[in-house]
Design a protein around this ligand. Structure first.
Ligand code: ADP
Ligand code: MG
Length: 239
């Protein structure tokens, strides 16, 4: 279900909103864990937001619910005006593929090892029905690899790249569909400081130069310092 005409203006201005979002997990033997406890926030389009907080404070749960990878127990999540809770599994899968970009913590989990890095970059387009042999698709993949400093390396396999290079490929892939929001969960956690800076520069650049929206979980104060807004989580709530 798409947003109605009346919400289109608001959808442009707000990339992501959470309204009283909670996520509870049943505990074996009774009781429950409240991973997310009534979180509300609004993320403007074209902004870079960092989500920080101690381990176990609900950062990953926040990201998973916001990105439509997990369904909240209660509350409403909207991506560019679309209420994720109103979508079928199939529609949610399409929305994630076409309108959301992901960069995960471990570079080892980000890329498909059997594909070249160029194929990895254009994978969301191909899964959306684009012809991988189409010149425009290939061109887009090459341009993005160029942008992340890997021009001419498109034919290589992920395993031949360093961790930092693999994370840069993951950023290129997250940008390929020109998504409404890019979510990153500790994207620099497994990287050396120099590679981490390169990856943060790319995310920052995507916000500055193309107006992309980035929401990044991090426990690195230097990484959080690159964001426009810092949301602090504690005990499943925003402080
Ligand atoms: P963070 O990313 O900040 O470390 P998480 O969002 O991973 O925090 O977890 C928040 C809380 O919810 C923690 O207490 C965690 O143990 C709990 N939790 C997360 N996922 C589950 C789950 N699938 N089942 C039970 N408890 C969970
Ligand atoms: Mg986490």
């Amino acid at each position: 279900m798409e947003s109605t005409v009346g919400t289109i203006t608001a959808a442009r201005a707000t990339a992501l909103s959470l309204e009283s979002v909670s996520r509870r997990h049943g505990r074996r033997g009774g009781g429950e864990v409240v991973a997310l406890d009534g979180v509300s926030c609004t993320v403007p389009a074209g902004s870079f937001t960092a989500v920080v907080g101690p381990s176990g404070s609900g950062k990953s749960t926040f990201l998973q619910c916001a990105a439509g990878l997990d369904r909240p127990t209660s509350g409403t999540v909207r991506v560019a005006g679309t209420d994720l809770g109103a979508l079928s599994e199939a529609a949610l899968t399409r929305l994630r593929r076409d309108r959301i970009g992901f960069v995960f913590q471990s570079h080892a989990l980000n890329l498909v090892p059997s594909l070249t890095i160029e194929e990895n970059v254009v994978l969301p387009l191909v899964l959306g029905g684009a012809d991988p042999a189409d010149g425009r698709v290939l061109d887009r993949g090459r341009k993005l690899l160029d942008r992340v400093g890997l021009a001419g390396h498109g034919g290589r396999g992920p395993a031949t790249l360093s961790g930092g290079q693999q994370q840069r490929v993951a950023v290129a892939r997250a940008l390929v569909t020109e998504p409404d929001v890019i979510f990153a969960d500790e994207p620099t956690a497994s990287l050396d400081p120099e590679s981490a800076t390169l990856v943060l520069d790319l995310l920052r650049d995507a916000v500055r130069t193309e107006g992309r929206t980035v929401v990044m979980v991090t426990h690195d104060p230097a990484a959080a310092g690159r964001a426009d807004t810092v949301l602090t989580m504690d005990g499943g709530r925003l402080r």
